[in-house]
Ligand binder design. Sequence first.
Ligand SMILES: Cc1ncc(COP(=O)(O)O)c(C=O)c1O
Length: 400
Amino acid sequence: MVRGTATPQLAAPAQKGPLDFSAWVEVDLSALEHNLRSAQRRTRAQVVPILKGDAYGHGAPVVAAFLQARGCTTLGVSTVEEALDILAWTKARIMLLAPPLPGQLPAVVKHNLIPALTSPELVPELNRLAALRPGGLTVQIKVDTGFGRLGTAPEDFPALLAEIKQASHLHLGGVFTHFSAAAGDKKFTRGQLQRLLALREAAPAGLLWHAAGSSAFLTLPESHLDLVRLGTLLYGQAPLPLDSSWQLQETWRCQARIIQTRWLPPGHSVGYSRAFRTQRPLRLGVIPVGYGHGLELEPAPSPWRQFKHAAFRALFPKHAVFHGREPLPIVGRVSMGLTCLDLTKSDLQVGDTVSVGMRRTVVSRQIPRLYYFRGKLKCIFWNHQLFDTRGRKISLRGLF
Ligand SMILES: Cc1ncc(COP(=O)(O)O)c(C=O)c1O
């Protein structure tokens, strides 16, 4: 089974840039391109990369510029804010997967975003604003075919369609839905697809119909329709087991340097609440990454889940930190910005680098993103700025 845990392709970074960073995320753009091409080879539909959640933690501005240079003419995000974050750096054609708020409509029109409409309420104001834009504005309808979250109910689709038809400055470009259980429930997913396609009769010709994210892309080829919206797969992770013809490549890894080592005697406690005590002399290493950056972030567990989790952990200890393939056990509680490691069996020194397993979408932007292309460091995004490999500020224009 491939779950995006392939060994990252990158060599240890010859880190250059504005600082000698103590922790950073490496993004392998060649791997991203490889995954994109692998998906494109498997469908006739247009692949629209999804960049919500800061491009799943990869840093949306650079990923947007890179994917556009690789021929992706449209990108998808959830909110207007996410779109503006990209547009502050690079021009892009962006579809919104969630409806904008009424107060965001001027920005939608100004930046020529493709909003998802889920009810007729926004249409008159959007139409009025769109009159100011030569050529008007393209919109899409999002239909809730069973997810139970965003979208118009199928039975309300005709009314929304009629409202948009009357709005002379709005052009309906597409109709889409989102699957709730494409990885596991094929029957339900097929039902969702049928509910979407049943609306085609009432709709004009020439629209883009879309439904599939990564899971349905794999499980239900008939759901590819005109366009597929892919996130997870492009970023090198598989939502379900892949056949061996797929060779997804890992696009992301977090690295940190050891900032202190020290021997502790037996019986010494480590970290907050004294939750860990040494049984023997222990060589402690500290890395400057903690739960505030996304390490060991777990949803607040119910007592039952807490119990299951503890039992599972006791049987199969989880190592979030590695040096090469060598696991480095975390000792004590992960704190906000620091984590302690047991280095007793390792000769790692201050300044040496370890890989830190993190939930990628929550890794804070304080951690710099180092972008590699064809094995070479290309640029660094840090502190809201972009740097070249010598630490000089640059723009994204013409970089890819
Ligand atoms: C509406 C919509 N489409 C597509 C996607 C991409 O999904 P995936 O990451 O599974 O490819 C998402 C992500 O959550 C989404 O919300």
